[in-house]
Design a protein around this ligand. Structure first.
Ligand code: UGA
Length: 442
């Protein structure tokens, strides 16, 4: 919305949220999320045509277009638990929109939703409104964290799905005109509602599948002496495959890939397509395997026990450029190590101690894990006295560390387990480290 305000100075953009502290943060000096370049965009437009307020109902009532960007997490209980999407926030948002609206509106699905959600939303709006006309559009978001501002300024594509009726086409055109102010029109794709909803899930499942494919190859590389970086480079040179998004690692994380792939699994199951469901389920299973394989490698390398040993964990965010830890593979790896009774010392340049402790606290006995989880101020402190170092996020600073100094402060033999292939293994071996890199010869 901030980028939209930047690019459309004649449109008033009002961001509303039920959480007052969150709105206060958006109006203050410290934005509630870290995203490179975002603070500058917000500061450029805030108070001009970009506003943040907790006065939700008044501003929804006044709006011509309402973008709904509420959480759509995976259900944790009930039917479809662990796979299906929980649409409770969406439903209550739709009921509120219906309740407060006395003028017609275009209601835009920005949140990632299961295919055919718009049908349910249309019914809620129609049955609870005051006779005004609503048009529901699907306009999924394809930005990635860490590059969000650039992705929005220069998107590969903008996707808008709507009803194939005069009013539906009109609504699509309204939204298209907004984006056309800065996005070349040949990048604005219009489709029917269900295609737009499904394309979002399919895009993330394809991306997740690519990562799982290269990770599956990485396991075979380790078993055969091939090098996954060389294989990925050779494979990616084929333009039908392409070289991007083929980095083997400790597994994908983030709030979207697993959730959206599982949502696709559930949609297949509900549509009576168990084979298609099984195919996509395997993408997530492969990711779980990659994380547990990494933990097994750490334990087996360190003489089959890490009990009582200090292990440094460098990087906790799910990827570089963000402080987000949702579904970060670091959480599962740390849990695996803690389960083997290791002491973990975590350092991440963007993630707070509070967040790390919260992510690692077992629900049953929070204090127990805390005593074996330390959070360090830098990589050197994390590695001091450690038997092993695990690199779990590809932060640039981990490439430039003084590994000789790190080696000097560690127990021997000193191990490095590079879950993101950021170090120069040859150089580290010369220093005396025992080095494991994902998908590379030992
Ligand atoms: C992802 C998609 O890339 C966006 O297009 C989409 O809009 C977004 O989800 C969303 O649905 O909101 P994001 O989760 O921010 O974006 O992060 P990615 O850059 O896709 O990375 C996801 C995970 O895959 C990270 O843990 C990353 O380290 C891992 N990854 C990525 C690899 O292990 N190898 C790669 O080659 C690429």
């Amino acid at each position: 919305m901030a980028v939209m305000a930047l690019k459309c100075p004649d449109i008033e953009v009002v961001v509303v949220d039920v959480s007052r502290p969150r709105i206060d943060a958006w109006n203050g000096d410290h934005l509630p999320i870290f995203e490179p370049g975002l603070a500058e965009v917000v500061k450029a437009r805030r108070g001009k045509n970009l506003f943040f307020t907790a006065d939700v109902e008044r501003h929804v009532a006044d709006a011509d277009i309402v973008f709904v960007s509420v959480n759509t997490p995976t259900k944790t209980r009930g039917l479809g638990a662990g796979k299906a999407v929980d649409l409770a926030y969406w439903e209550s948002a739709a009921r509120m929109v219906a309740d407060v609206s006395h003028s017609g509106k275009v209601v835009v699905e920005k949140s990632t939703v299961p295919v055919r959600t718009a049908e349910a939303i249309e019914k809620i709006l129609a049955h609870n409104g005051h006779g005004v006309e609503f048009q529901v559009l699907s306009n999924p978001e394809f930005l990635a964290e860490g590059t969000a501002v650039g992705d929005l300024l220069c998107p590969d594509r903008v996707l808008i799905g709507g009803r194939d009726s005069a009013a539906g086409r009109n609504a699509v055109q309204t939204l298209r005109d907004v984006y056309a102010r800065w996005v070349p029109v040949d990048r604005i794709i219009t489709t029917n509602l269900w295609s737009a909803e499904l394309s979002k899930l399919a895009a993330n499942a394809f991306l997740a599948q690519r990562v799982s494919s290269v990770n599956a190859i990485s396991a075979l590389c380790e078993a055969t002496g091939a090098d996954v970086t060389e294989v990925a480079r050779a494979v990616g040179k084929d333009p039908r495959i392409g070289g991007r998004f083929l980095d083997a690692g400790v597994g994908f994380g983030g709030s979207c890939f697993q959730k959206d792939t599982l949502s696709l699994v559930y949609a297949c199951e509900c549509s009576g397509l168990p084979e298609a469901a099984g195919y996509w389920r395997q993408v997530v299973a492969m990711n779980d395997y990659q994380k547990s394989r990494f933990v097994r490698r750490v334990v087996s390398s360190m003489f089959n026990t890490v009990a009582g040993k200090k292990v440094a964990v460098l990087g906790f965010a799910f990827k570089k450029g963000t402080g987000d830890t949702r579904e970060s593979p670091a959480i599962d790896v740390c849990r695996g190590l803690l389960g083997e009774r290791a002491h973990v010392s975590v350092y991440d340049p963007m993630v707070s101690e509070e967040q790390i402790q919260r992510d690692l606290a077992p629900a049953a006995a929070p204090a127990k894990a805390r005593s074996r989880v330390a959070v360090a101020r830098d990589a050197y402190e994390a590695a001091r006295g450690a038997h092993g170092v695990c690199i779990l996020t590809e932060w640039d600073e981990f490439r430039a560390l003084d590994y000789r100094r790190i080696h000097g402060g560690m127990e021997k033999p000193a191990f490095v387990f590079d879950g993101r292939n950021v170090v120069d293994a040859g150089e580290l071996r010369e220093m005396g480290f025992v080095v494991y890199c994902v998908g590379k010869p030992l």
